[in-house]
Design a protein around this ligand. Structure first.
Ligand SMILES: [Zn+2]
Length: 373
């Protein structure tokens, strides 16, 4: 059966959350919601919701999370909804394996159509020790005005574009990408701010990892994203070097779709403070963790970056309730959830395949361990 995006992609965080809770309840999952302190602009409560299916004391857990980057959450949420409503019986998890779904790690950004959270923080750059691990960002400092302009009239936009292209020409595109996306810790109103303390979602995510995996010895964690790579295709991104055992497991489970940010040919730059650090911090020592960020491509990288940058301008200098404001919001949704049924169906197909492969890898690797012993 081919997927039907209309059943799983929703237009708003609130609808997606209701659908998640309902589908999880129907599937017999233990469902709980943890609220962050911030409220949405319409005053509603914002929650990270979890659903757990499986034994009280699992040996292995397959965890699937969505929305650490807010507006990117539509795709991950759709994959989770498809899993709960159509894929569960096919997945046929063994009795010692639990399934944990974490919906909307960044509920504020999901609800307000931003990639960052209520404090302008990119949560996937926030999982490090504050401030000891904050790196310097000399390239970002050099490009600051072009990344974070106060005006976005056509003339100043053209001049920003020239500055960024000239930097890429002088130092190569990867170094520009690193400057723009690796995460910075000095300018709270700037693009790609990683925060200066543990954000609410960071704290809650570590709590979820600790409490909801219930002492499992092996955890596979897939965190869904959009916006990097070829449109409709996916890659599975690891922060581990290619010779790391967790990365090697990923190669066996997912094949060529696996990339390391450290190998130099990934669609992603090397990033600071990503989710993996938070999971390692939350899970008990000795747990075998296999975690990947699953990235579905949407539009070309510069367009995606430009949309994030204009959304940041809108937040700090503009007015969302103007024609320009509405155009910027429409564009940021388009670059992270293209309004295209073909793309949505490819996300659902790819997402289902990734989860099936993760299931096979996780349960197979545990069997191998038992045989080795
Ligand atoms: Zn992302």
């Amino acid at each position: 059966m081919s997927p039907d995006h209309r059943r799983h992609f929703f237009d708003h965080y609130e609808e997606a959350r209701e659908a998640f809770r309902k589908a999880a309840g129907r599937a017999g999952a233990v469902v709980s919601g943890r609220a962050i302190a911030a409220r949405g602009r319409r005053g509603g409560e914002l929650t990270i919701d979890t659903a757990y299916l499986g034994p009280g004391e699992p040996d292995r857990v397959l965890a699937v999370s969505s929305g650490i980057h807010g507006v990117e959450g539509f795709a991950g949420s759709a994959i989770q909804h498809q899993l709960l409503t159509e894929q569960l019986s096919g997945l046929d998890l063994p009795p010692d394996t639990g399934l944990l779904l974490v919906h909307a790690i960044n509920p504020y950004g999901f609800s307000e159509l931003r990639r960052v959270n209520e404090n302008n923080v990119d949560l996937n750059r926030n999982f490090l020790r504050h401030p000891e691990d904050h790196p310097e960002s000399p390239d970002y400092a050099e490009l600051f005005q072009a990344i974070n302009p106060e005006e976005i009239d056509p003339a100043s936009e053209e001049s920003s574009r020239k500055t960024l292209f000239a930097f890429a020409e002088a130092h190569g595109f990867p170094r520009l990408q690193a400057a723009l996306t690796a995460g910075q810790y000095r300018w709270p109103e700037g693009v790609q701010f990683g925060g200066i303390r543990d954000e609410d979602s960071n704290r809650l995510l570590r709590e979820i990892a600790r409490e909801e995996t219930r002492g499992a010895s092996s955890v596979a964690w897939i965190d869904f994203h959009t916006g990097l790579g070829e449109s409709g295709n996916y890659v599975l991104i690891s922060d581990r070097p290619p010779d790391d055992p967790a990365y090697q497991r990923g190669r066996r489970w997912f094949g060529d779709a696996v990339e390391s940010t450290l190998s130099g040919d990934s669609v992603s730059a090397v990033l600071n403070g990503t989710l993996e650090g938070g999971l390692l911090d939350g899970l008990p020592e000795g747990v075998e963790l296999t975690t990947f960020g699953a990235e579905f491509g949407t539009h070309e990288p510069f367009r995606v970056f430009w949309a994030m940058r204009q959304d940041n301008w809108l937040e700090h200098h503009g007015d969302p309730d103007t024609p320009l404001g509405r155009t910027i919001k429409q564009e940021i949704v388009e670059v992270f959830r293209p309004n295209d049924p073909v793309w949505m169906n490819r996300v659902l197909e790819g997402g289902a395949r990734i989860l099936e492969q993760a299931r096979n890898g996780l349960t197979g690797s545990a069997r191998n361990r038992a045989t080795d012993a």
